[in-house]
Design a protein around this ligand. Structure first.
Ligand code: 5GP
Ligand code: ZN
Length: 112
């Protein structure tokens, strides 16, 4: 499958895995939109949140991983935002589920 995140997970495209557990990895976003901008993604290919809703156990693991990544990045106390884009109107550009973990600075109040 021609999926850039699957290739990063497999190590075929170099991108340091800043966090890893049995279910997921985290990397730094190549085009950061905040001082801290990481991406948490499942190791298995799932297109987006709609598809992942069939596996709530995995979603729980991904959410826990987001919090662990935030702690590791030193932004748990100051605050952070977790977001996922799902589908066309949300401008999802990589069709492999991922959660953005953003922080390290004050962010805007608007979510859109
Ligand atoms: P989306 O728009 O799908 O919610 O987010 C995709 C994110 O993946 C974007 O923030 C983009 O900068 C990031 N991204 C795309 N390609 C790569 C890559 O090859 N390496 C890394 N580290 N991030 C990427
Ligand atoms: Zn994939």
């Amino acid at each position: 499958m021609d999926c850039i995140f699957c290739k990063i997970i497999a190590g075929e495209i170099p991108s340091p895995h800043i966090f890893e557990d049995e279910a997921c990895i985290a990397i730094r976003d190549i085009n950061p939109q905040a001082k801290v901008h990481c991406l948490v993604m499942p190791k298995k290919h799932i297109a987006n949140l709609t598809e992942a809703s069939a596996d709530p156990e995995l979603l729980g693991k991904l959410m826990a991983a987001c919090a662990k990544v935030a702690a590791q990045e030193g932004i748990a106390e100051s605050g952070y935002r977790v977001a996922t884009n799902c589908g066309e109107n949300a401008c999802q550009s990589v069709p492999h589920l991922h959660f953005h973990v953003l922080g390290g600075e004050k962010m805007g109040e608007r979510m859109s």
